[in-house]
Design a protein around this ligand. Sequence first.
Ligand code: CDP
Length: 213
Amino acid sequence: MIIAIDGPAASGKGTLAKRVAIHYGLRHLDTGALYRAVARDTLAKGGDLTDARAAAMAASRLDAATFDDPVLRSAGLGEAASVVARHPDVRAVLLEYQRDFARVEPGAVIDGRDIGTVICPDADAKLYVTATPEERAHRRFLELKEGNAGIEERAVLADIRARDDRDRTRDIAPLRPAEDAALLDTTNLAIDAAFRAAIDLIEAAMGRAGRAG
Ligand code: CDP
């Protein structure tokens, strides 16, 4: 069973994906972490993020044991990830990794930008999670404030808008809902309500009825 969860920055897809994976006993892959790790490793080697060869080299040498490195969640690496994510060679290397992950039984919940459209077009259920840019900026601001007291919400909103724009307008695998994705707007939903709505949409997509407990 494969569940694809896509959406823009800070839409809540990561938190949802984790809970959905636990609910169904599936593995979870945060594909944003892969792009963030490529950016981290390119920079660590003194490479330029716009250099497709340097970034593709970093992608081909990724170490899965570092995907939970807390540094990956920094705002700077979110931006940097969206720069390396534009290189077709980077996406080609990561595509293999993601499909291999998805193939392992009993299946997975995979979150990202192009899971329903490119990585797993035959997923059993697809969700596209959104929220207004202001709400997303507020959530990300609260998250980032923990480690950086000087951060400003206005600056976070500007970053989110710039990243949305870069992700939506790139030539390869742009951020967009798959035609058969169910839309979930979490602007006015707390995490529990968003989770219940997600389960209802997934059950409906699989032709089943039922609510999360
Ligand atoms: O957590 P947040 O939504 O801020 O970002 P993320 O999911 O960690 O993704 C970071 C960046 O990686 C995105 O802005 C995209 O440019 C890129 N990305 C992508 O191109 N394709 C994916 N499947 C996942 C992430």
